[in-house]
Design a protein around this ligand. Structure first.
Ligand SMILES: Nc1ncnc2c1ncn2[C@@H]1O[C@H](COP(=O)(O)OP(=O)(O)OP(=O)(O)O)[C@@H](O)[C@H]1O
Length: 320
């Protein structure tokens, strides 16, 4: 849906966010994370990139199909918001998902991330069929996302927001956390180090101990990306990350998205800004009225008459 977010529109929807994360995780409040022992090696960008790079095993090989939708449909009452859409995301690519307002992009994201249950069709991710998989389970399986409207824990610091994301990958048991076993303490320390590395990676490390709600709009967007990366996603879904950005912020965001891909992540990007989409994606899928109308390289998409017609509102036959 069109949200048109801009500076000051940040939404701090803790309950909803918590639903996306491991429910048993005890979410720390501002000031709980000790930042006194931050590794000075994180000043080195190569070290940062290495710490941030996903460590988890992925069954899908580089360049192979990581996610596949087959005839995926989502219906709201009589409205078919997504109509038998099939596409693939290959491991290591940046795939753009574009289309005019109301085309079904966010609905598609929501179907991939378990927010909506598809009315028909299937999603296969890293070799597994995601049938009625719950949101937090999908996060654990390796799909992370950001939202059109920023969702952060506003009262927590930037670092804590990221550490919460890292917690989703923790392996210690609840008793382990209560009795602060050596393993738990080590995981906690690793989470803080990794959290700092992520903040450095997205360019907001100096804001680490500020409450999320006090960060600038652009920094909140970067923090959302850092938190999504903290779960070590196999697939990172960005929903209009440049909304409300000025041209120089957009250029910096393009650099960040490329850096994320170069660090070993796969990215699915919904974005309205054509310059950004054309400049950063490897391939683009275009939706119109819930249907896929094109799936091609950026240069071919730019010249595709059906895509041009969809954006300009010209009937297909008139543009031929
Ligand atoms: N929860 C919902 N209930 C009913 N209709 C919905 C719901 N979510 C989306 N829709 C409808 O589904 C269609 C697709 O909406 P969607 O938000 O997926 O489009 P979009 O391509 O993301 O648009 P935008 O670029 O404006 O964000 C629209 O007609 C929208 O009104």
């Amino acid at each position: 849906m069109t949200a048109g977010p801009g500076p000051g529109d940040a939404m701090f929807d803790n309950e909803d966010m918590a639903a996306d994360l491991a429910p048993e995780v005890d979410i720390p409040t501002a000031g709980v994370v000790d930042v006194s022992a931050i590794d000075p090696a994180l000043a080195d960008p190569d070290v940062v990139a290495e710490v941030v790079a996903p460590q988890r095993e992925i069954d899908t090989g580089e360049g192979e199909v990581l996610l596949r939708t087959e005839e995926l449909s989502v219906q709201f009452g009589g409205l078919v918001a997504l109509d038998a859409v099939s596409f693939e995301i290959r491991r290591g690519e940046i795939l753009g998902l574009i289309g005019p307002n109301g085309a079904g992009k966010t609905t598609c994201f929501n179907a991939l991330t378990g927010v909506y249950t598809p009315s028909s069709g299937s999603v296969t991710f890293d070799g597994k069929l995601l049938a009625k998989t719950k949101r937090n389970e999908i996060t654990r399986l390796g799909i992370a996302r950001t939202f059109q409207n920023i969702r952060l824990f506003g009262e927590m610091t930037a670092l804590e927001n990221v550490v919460v994301g890292t917690d989703a990958r923790h392996r210690t048991s609840v008793p382990g956390a209560i009795f602060r076993t050596a393993r738990h303490r080590r995981e906690e320390r690793d989470a803080v180090d990794r959290g700092m590395a992520l903040l450095e990676f997205v360019g907001i490390a100096p804001r680490a101990v500020e409450k999320a709600r006090n960060l600038s709009y652009g920094d909140q967007r970067r923090l959302e990306i850092a938190r999504a990366l903290a779960t070590e996603p196999k697939l990172l879904c960005l929903d209009e990350p440049a909304a409300g950005f000025n041209p120089s912020e957009k250029a910096a965001l393009m650099d960040l998205i490329r850096k994320i891909r170069d660090d070993g992540f796969t990215v699915l990007l919904i974005e309205h800004d054509m310059r950004l989409v054309m400049g950063v994606t490897d391939r683009i899928v275009v939706l119109e009225f819930g249907r896929k109308i094109a799936d091609d390289l950026p240069a071919a998409i730019r010249a595709n008459p059906a895509v041009i017609a969809a954006y300009l509102g010209v009937p297909d036959d008139a543009s031929a």
